[in-house]
Design a protein around this ligand. Structure first.
Ligand code: WTA
Length: 653
């Protein structure tokens, strides 16, 4: 929590900043307050190129299914590529790709457009139409960005699935989206290792339920031998090589679904968050411009993967919509050593760097034990703005990032947002907002963020509560793919007066009104900035029917990953101990990796004869959270039927 003693760090004075000084910030907020619709319409006219101009902004007639700029038409890839080439920027570098092994490939806007068009033509030749869904299961690559842009060009709705998800998770997403095509690679390279992608697509399809998939397009990354089904598998290079370099964009309505991205909720299966074309692109571009103060000469690097929303908004769409030069990095921050990020910033003269607190925390550890991977061993003078995303950044990590990476001179934008919000909701603007370590500061101009109680009533500053966004904004989630009822229930619960429920708790500083996010208020975990539902992991565990009778999953604080997954398991057989317990725990970790993906592996697995439950049979999760943290829970156990079980569950394996 912030209080009056928390140091405010004066905002940097950036001469040509898009938003310079707090008065400029206040003015924009006032404009949005005075005429909300006009404010957003003006931004949409300034930043995007419309084929048919829209005549109105927000349409609330079918709330909470809000629409923006609905009668306007545009094409997202035209906005990201063609218009820059038309303005004479064809030679400007769009992507600087650095491979896992350090090899660098540059692509300018003209080439990126041509590659996008060739792939777009190839997709059409295989019968992919406007509105069809295409699943993209690729690692970080130029081809991954091209695949997304090619879908946008022909009006196909993409659904990118992070390359670390298992065959089972991939199958569920292909099936839920009803994808007609999967675009993948033979393998991916990460940290010097070759990891399969195509083989996982094969496994996913073999699981059944993917009959909608007519073609699997394969980018040849490593040349490894892979299984080939000639009825459906096609090489991407063969499909695109004879295609023309141009492809007329499909002009779509502003509300046309650009993508569906699956994310975890507190219940059930991951939900397909559906985003629009016009409103989404507007906020991706606007936030890239204002939050990062992006200027024409900047070299922008967002280290996220295109499998997450951060990679969508701040790799594929925002920076390209603005004609920026950006880095695409295939590898991992610790290969060949933990100086990789700093070396790349030095080599490419990166000026804006956007990463996750987990990465910073793990690199601090390495830097403190090895001078050669410390940021001070590199020339980081090109940096001017730093960003943080995905989870709260603790003040100590903030200070280190500020001092050692930013040389004490670069503002840090701690950006709070979500898959559902499409772009930043609460964030400092670098040339305007005084900073407080650990606070995401103030709402982006035009975003009506507030803190309320369970009835939707406003809470005063200084009092923690539920974070909501009171007014619809252009890049908000439009629905959950195929499940409008779940959309309403998850984000617009009846008691909250029609406000958007973010799912996070927050508090505003009594003096400054600055926001601090206090963490999820539902059963969603945030491990290394990756979102995971406790229920998903529980279902994965109990699906191991041979071994597991019952399981409960909670999060506990972890120094490096923010939160760690802690699973409490009742086995069908007797409760194991010692070496046997360790072995079964490992079997279960691998099982979860197979069911969901390695990112969902529980760090702790603890065995008990049963789980603590209330008299009505509900698992006492709060108690389990305390046990996971190692807290003394003896005074809470009066209602427990079997207090001895807590001692069992307190033991790690
Ligand atoms: C958390 C990632 C604190 C939050 C863009 C949110 C944050 C969830 C921050 C969304 C931040 C994201 N400070 N917490 N700056 N940014 N979060 O959908 O709990 O993967 O609800 O989107 O991450 O995660 P998602």
């Amino acid at each position: 929590m912030n209080d009056a003693k928390t140091p405010l760090i004066a905002a940097a004075d950036i001469e040509n900043a898009h938003v310079r000084g707090m008065s400029a910030y206040d003015q924009r907020v006032a404009e949005a307050d005075a005429d909300y619709d006009a404010y957003w319409c003006e931004r949409a006219r300034e930043l995007l190129s419309w084929r048919t101009p829209f005549t109105r902004g927000l349409d609330e007639s079918q709330a909470p299914f809000f629409k923006w700029f609905e009668d306007g038409t545009l094409n997202v890839s035209y906005n990201c590529l063609d218009r820059h080439v038309e303005k004479g920027l064809g030679d400007k570098t769009a992507l600087i790709f650095e491979a896992d092994d350090g090899q660098v490939t540059r692509v300018n806007y003209r080439e990126l457009l041509a590659r996008t068009c060739r792939l777009a033509n190839a997709l059409k030749a295989r019968g992919v139409h406007k509105g069809d869904r295409v699943v993209i299961y690729m690692s970080m690559s130029i081809e991954g960005v091209v695949a997304m842009q090619a879908c946008a060009r022909i009006g196909a709705t993409h659904s990118v699935v992070f390359g670390g998800f298992s065959a089972q998770s991939l199958r569920d997403r292909i099936q839920d989206a009803g994808a007609v095509m999967v675009i993948t690679a033979d393998e991916q390279l990460r940290g010097g290792k070759q990891l399969p992608l195509k083989a996982i697509v094969d496994d996913a399809i073999a699981l059944g339920g993917c009959e909608s998939v007519a073609n699997v397009l394969v980018y040849q990354r490593t040349g490894a031998a892979i299984h080939w089904d000639s009825t459906r598998d096609r090489w991407l290079h063969a499909e695109t090589q004879n295609q023309p370099d141009s492809c007329e964009p499909e002009w779509v309505g502003a509300e046309h679904p650009l993508f569906v991205l699956y994310t975890s909720g507190s219940t059930g299966k991951p939900k397909g968050v559906q985003h629009s074309s016009g409103g989404y692109l507007l906020h991706a571009a606007l936030t890239t411009q204002w939050t990062f103060d992006l200027q024409p000469d900047d070299v922008f690097w967002c280290t996220a993967d295109i499998g997450w929303v951060t990679g969508h908004s701040y790799i594929t769409y925002g920076p390209l919509a603005l004609g920026a030069t950006e880095i695409i990095f295939e590898g991992v921050p610790t290969f060949p050593d933990a100086g990789r990020f700093w070396k790349m910033i030095e080599d490419h003269r990166v000026s804006i760097f956007y990463t996750a607190p987990t990465a910073i925390r793990s690199l601090i550890k390495s830097a403190e034990s090895n001078e050669s991977v410390h940021p001070r061993s590199y020339d980081l003078s090109s940096l001017r703005i730093l960003g943080s995303v995905g989870e709260p950044i603790n003040p100590a990590a903030w200070e280190w990032y500020h001092q050692h990476v930013g040389g004490g001179r670069c503002p840090i934008v701690d950006t709070f947002w979500q898959t559902e919000t499409g772009g930043h909701m609460i964030t400092p603007l670098p040339g305007a907002t005084p900073l407080v370590p650990g606070s995401c500061t103030l709402a982006f101009p035009g975003i009506a963020a507030a803190i309320v109680d369970e009835t939707g009533a406003d809470l005063p500053n200084g009092q923690g509560g539920i974070l909501v966004i009171k007014k619809p904004w252009p890049s908000m989630i439009r629905t959950i793919w195929g499940d409008p009822e779940r959309f309403k229930a998850s984000y617009f619960p009846a008691e909250l007066k029609g406000y958007y429920l973010a799912g996070d708790g927050a508090i505003r500083d009594a003096q400054t009104g600055y926001f601090t996010i206090t963490g999820r208020i539902d059963d969603v975990l945030n491990v290394s900035g990756h979102r995971m539902g406790t229920m998903e992991i529980e279902s994965a565990l109990v699906s191991c029917t041979e071994l597991v009778a019952e399981a409960a999953v909670v999060g506990r604080p972890d120094e490096t990953t923010g939160e760690a997954i802690c699973a409490f398991v009742v086995l069908k057989g007797p409760r194991p101990s010692g070496e046997e317990a360790r072995q079964i725990a490992n079997t279960l970790r691998n099982w979860v990796a197979k069911e969901i993906g390695p990112i969902a592996k529980p760090k702790d697995i603890r065995f008990g004869d049963n789980l603590p439950k209330t008299r009505s049979g509900k698992i006492m999760r709060r108690l389990l959270r305390s046990v996971a943290k190692g807290e003394d829970v003896t005074q809470d156990i009066s209602t427990l039927e079997n207090p001895a079980v807590l001692a069992q569950l307190a033991q790690s394996n």
